[in-house]
Structure formats: structure tokens, C-alpha cells
Design a protein around this ligand. Structure first.
Ligand code: NA7
Length: 544
């Protein structure tokens, strides 16, 4: 697209150094850093407040699966020390309060325009500007265009026949209303048993007259072993701030936990059982770190998977329900889920399970859900059906780079996603993605991945400004190599052997493709730093 100078002055109401989309963990920190560096910045978010996914994911029982002492910003020691988490895995309202606290502390709101969706962003080569159009009919321009749109923020509402005919209420966990949804005395149906389903099912079951769970794929889940933090533990953690921050940044998954340097196969069965029982008692991600070959060795994976399967059959009293709840895929190749009383909930009289692979959902009727074998009368349907991950939020906007090429076309709807370091993509000068596809992001504790990206982007922009460089753009060869490396690494693991939102398999018609760098946070940080140290190797840097 060529945006003429006349059109520019006519249509464009404001001009910024940088425009950022999203006011969650990514956008807030990006804004803070851009402002510190003296760049005029505008942030847009379609929500009415800060929080990103934590603004929208308000469903009952919503929690983070990273421990709260890690699920923080660490760029400010003062901030880290001021905030006190109530428990190991606090609920969504507390995380949202934290992000509001951050926005207040650093006075961030004055540069954020809420209730505003970005519809398009187009790069004009002649002017070296991005033109960003929002749904309030305005266009602004910026030299740097930065996405902080999250990896799982575009809700997936499956296309099931008849939803419009349903006479009851329905909700999606990723777009939950602000008011409390009352389940008491009602017949509730929930579709989906990912993290959102598994967190909300025990909470809804306690309130509902009856809860019917419609499960497509059974999931592995282990107890969160959530508990309140005591003040002494928090004091010691804060005292250890510098070490903790370093450990999180150097680690594989953004937490100060390390894989035990041992294969599952190194332990005899009795010893292995003991290790896994201990990890089960510790809860959270402990099983993931108990051995070092869980996602790379089929035999190792099967042994750990069998341990978790045995727990399901111990907990769930009805053998037929236990059978339906027992997963067959590789353990931890879908996001490893942690829960509070998930499997126990199936022992309640008011909970029943429908396996929709055995008996597919045929339609939603006025009264409820009809499967191949039965009709279930419902007052409320909850869709816990997840997100169009990684690329879904990019494809909702019309993003066009050099020569008017659209990102959606370039990435061929997900099948041919190409990025350089998950931070940039060739043909889109001065555009940066915070935790974009092919970064390690979703395989760990997101705030650490976000901070690393924001800091890398900020250093890069400062380098451009100090050296009078008009734009930076990934070279096609560099991104081809990076994408190839991502795929080769992933193919050495079991991740690519399981259908999941990591591979796009959860979305009907979405071309598959594993779009995550599996080499770990610490090693990835080193690669990004080396690229910068070598004068932004793999990038074109064009002087003004
Ligand atoms: P997930 O993990 O993608 O889970 C979605 C669930 O919904 C999963 O059980 C899906 O089954 C199921 N699903 C999706 N579409 C359908 C249809 N059409 N019919 C029946 N069941 C369906 O999303 P969550 O919101 O739970 O969690 C997302 C992430 O948030 C999580 O990984 C954490 O990182 C935090 P499937 O397994 O695809 O067969």
C-alpha cells in the first residue's frame, strides 16, 4: 500500500513513535519501557481495563498454573517486594488486582485506550510508518508496531449446529461475564476438559443441581496442592529476589525449578513409584521436573503416564467413568494440567460424564444437547472449548507489510508460519511480536518470556535510534533457518505426536503445525542476545 502524504495528513489523527496492541502482561511492560526510553506510545485493548487474558478469563475456579512467586514481573525489585500473593495458585481476581496495581504504580493507564479493537495495521514503505486503524474509525501512525496479543486469547466457539435455538443461557470460559453466573439449582452442561474445564468443573458441580461434562479427549491432570502462603515464606522469597530472578531467567521454563538429571528409565519401578508419589504430593509441575526425558522418550513417557492413569482409577469410584477419564496420549504433550479435586468430582451424585468421541454431539436443541445416543436437557451450557492459539489473534486483524502482503496470506493460515526468533517476520519492517509463534513462550511461565521479549525489543529499538536506522527487518534466509530449527527440535520430542492447541488440531479446518521453540527459555535467551551482540545478525538494518 502507498499512503499518500495528503491522505496521511487528512486521515491520520495522531502520530506516535510506537503503537502496542494489548494491555496484559506484555503490553503493560512494553509501555513502561517505551515510555522510560522517551518514545511516544499508544496502547490499544478491546477490554475495558488492563489484564489481557486475565481480564476475560473470569470463569469459576480460574487460576494460573504457574506458582504465583514466579508469576510476576521481576523488572522492578520494588514492585516484587510490594506485592503479596495470598496463595501458591491464586484465583483470577487476585491476578487481575496485581495487574491493576502495576498499572497504577507506574501510571500506565494514561497511554492506553480501552474498549478499542485494532482492525488493521499496514506498513507504508515510502513513509516508513505503520498505519493502524481502530474500530472507533480512527487511524494513527507509528514507526514501530508491536503486538502484545497473547498466545491464547481468541476464544474458540465450536461450530455446533443449533446453538441459536438454545433457550437457556450459554457462556464461553474465555469471555466470562463480570457478574456472577448463578448455577444453583440448575442443570449445567460443560463442553471441554482442558485447563478451563478442569478448573471450573469442581466449582460448578458444588453449586449446580446437575452437571453433565461433555468430554472429547480425556486429560492428564495432577493435584495443584494449592495452599495459602505464610508470611515467612514470602519474606524469604523476597529476600532471595536477585537469585530467584536470575534462576527464572536462566531456567528452561521460567521458574526456579530444574529437571532432575535422570531418565525415567534409570529408576527401578519401586524407586520410580516413590519419586512420582513424592512429586504427586508436592503437586503443581513437580512431576514434569522429576525426570529429564519425559517428552523425548516414549518409554519414559509411558511409565509416567501409567502412574497418573493409576491415580485416576484409584480416585474415581465408578470403573466405567474412570475408563472414560483415562487419557491415551503422551503425558504432558498437551499443556500439563493441575487441578483441585477434578477427578474426585466424578464421585459426586450430581455429576455425569459423556464421552463425545463415543457418542458425538449432533446438535444443540432448544432444550439442551443431543448426542448420537441421548438428549440432555440443560439450563446452561458452558463452552470450555479453548482458543485458536498462537496465530488466531493475528488473523483477526488485517496486518500488511511491505508491498501490501498480508500476514495471514504469508503464514497461509498457520501452516506456513515463519518468524525469526518468534519476534519478527520477514516483509514486516519495524514490527515486533511479544511471545509470537516460534518463541518458547507457552511452554513455561509466561511473564518471564514476556519480560525477555520486551527487553530485547526495547534494546533493539534503542539501537535503531542511536544508529539512525530507519528500519529493521528479518531476512528471509534467517527466518527460514529459524523455522526449520524450531521444527527439527520439536520433531525430536513427543509434542508433535499429539493433537493439541499447540499443533492447531483443536480448531476445525486449521492447518496443523507446531509453532513453538522447544529448546527452553534460558538457551533461547542466549540465542536472542547473541543475535543482538552480533549487530542483529539475520536482520536487514537500513539507515535513514
Ligand atoms: P484447551 O486446553 O484447548 O481445552 C479445550 C477443551 O475443549 C478440550 O478438552 C477440547 O477437546 C475441547 N473441545 C474443543 N472443541 C470441542 C468440540 N467441538 N467438541 C467437544 N470438545 C471440544 O483450552 P482451555 O481454555 O481449557 O485451556 C487453554 C490454556 O489456558 C491451557 O492450555 C493453559 O495454558 C491455560 P480436545 O482436547 O481438543 O479433543
Amino acid at each position: 500500500m502507498v499512503y499518500s502524504k495528503e491522505q496521511h495528513s487528512k486521515d491520520v489523527v495522531e502520530k506516535y513513535d510506537a503503537v502496542v496492541i494489548g494491555a496484559g502482561f506484555s503490553g503493560l511492560y512494553m509501555l513502561y519501557r517505551l515510555r522510560e526510553a522517551g518514545l511516544s506510545t499508544k496502547v490499544y485493548d478491546s477490554a475495558a481495563g488492563v489484564g489481557g487474558v486475565w481480564y476475560w478469563n473470569r470463569y469459576p475456579g480460574a487460576r494460573c498454573d504457574s506458582e504465583s512467586i514466579y508469576y510476576n514481573y521481576t523488572f522492578s525489585e520494588e514492585l516484587y517486594k510490594e506485592w503479596n500473593w495470598s496463595s501458591r495458585y491464586p484465583e483470577q481476581p487476585e491476578i487481575l488486582r496485581y495487574l491493576n496495581f502495576v498499572a497504577d504504580k507506574f501510571d500506565l493507564r494514561r497511554d492506553i485506550q480501552f474498549n478499542t479493537r485494532v482492525n488493521s495495521a499496514k506498513y507504508d514503505e515510502e513513509l516508513n510508518q505503520w498505519f493502524i486503524k481502530t474500530d472507533d474509525g480512527r487511524t494513527v501512525s507509528a514507526q514501530y508496531f508491536i503486538t502484545g496479543i497473547g498466545c491464547i486469547s481468541t476464544a474458540n466457539l465450536p461450530n455446533i449446529k443449533g446453538l441459536d435455538n438454545f433457550e437457556g443461557e450459554w457462556y464461553h470460559t474465555g469471555h466470562w461475564p463480570h457478574e456472577k453466573v448463578d448455577f444453583s439449582g440448575k442443570r449445567i452442561g460443560i463442553i471441554g476438559t482442558g485447563s478451563s474445564g478442569i478448573q471450573s468443573i469442581p466449582v460448578i458441580a458444588k453449586e449446580a443441581a446437575h452437571l453433565t461434562v461433555f468430554q472429547r479427549t480425556p486429560q492428564f491432570s495432577v493435584p495443584a496442592q494449592n495452599h495459602p502462603y505464610d508470611s515467612e515464606y514470602l519474606r524469604k522469597t523476597k529476600e532471595n529476589f536477585h537469585d530467584l530472578k536470575r534462576q527464572m531467567r536462566e531456567s528452561m521454563a521460567g521458574v526456579s525449578m530444574y529437571y532432575r538429571d535422570r531418565s525415567v528409565l534409570d529408576d527401578a519401578s519401586e524407586e520410580r513409584r516413590k519419586v512420582l508419589e513424592d512429586a504427586w504430593e508436592k503437586g503443581g509441575w513437580a512431576i514434569l521436573f522429576a525426570y529429564n526425558d519425559l517428552v523425548t522418550n516414549e518409554e519414559s513417557n509411558e511409565l509416567v503416564a501409567n502412574f497418573v492413569r493409576s491415580k485416576i482409577s484409584e480416585i474415581v469410584k465408578d470403573p466405567e467413568t474412570a475408563r472414560k477419564l483415562t487419557p491415551t496420549h503422551y503425558y504432558a504433550t498437551k499443556r500439563a494440567i493441575i487441578d483441585t479435586d477434578y477427578f474426585e468430582t466424578y464421585n459426586r451424585e450430581n455429576v455425569s460424564l459423556v464421552d463425545v468421541k463415543e457418542s458425538p454431539i449432533q446438535e444443540i436443541t432448544a432444550k439442551g444437547i443431543r448426542t448420537a445416543d441421548d438428549e440432555y436437557e440443560l439450563d446452561t451450557i458452558v463452552f470450555a472449548t479453548g482458543f485458536d492459539g498462537m496465530t488466531g489473534s493475528f488473523f483477526k486483524m488485517d496486518i500488511r507489510g511491505r508491498d501490501g502482503v498480508s500476514l495471514k496470506e504469508k503464514w497461509a493460515n498457520g501452516a506456513e508460519t515463519r518468524t525469526y526468533l518468534g519476534l519478527t517476520t520477514a516483509g514486516f519492517p519495524n514490527m515486533f511480536m511479544i511471545t509470537g509463534p516460534e518463541s518458547p513462550s507457552v511452554l513455561g511461565n509466561m511473564p518471564v518470556a514476556i519480560e525477555q521479549h520486551v527487553e530485547w525489543i526495547m534494546n533493539c529499538i534503542e539501537h535503531l535510534r542511536e544508529n539512525d536506522i530507519k528500519f529493521i527487518e528479518a531476512k528471509t534466509e534467517a527466518e527460514d533457518l529459524w523455522s526449520k530449527q524450531c521444527r527439527e527440535l520439536a520433531d525430536q520430542t513427543l509434542y508433535t505426536k499429539t493433537a493439541s492447541w499447540y499443533t492447531g488440531a483443536n480448531i476445525e479446518g486449521k492447518p496443523g503445525g507446531f509453532q513453538i521453540y522447544v529448546g527452553g527459555y534460558g538457551p533461547y535467551r542466549k540465542i536472542c542476545d547473541e543475535v543482538a551482540e552480533k549487530g542483529y545478525e539475520g536482520f536487514l538494518l537500513i539507515p535513514s
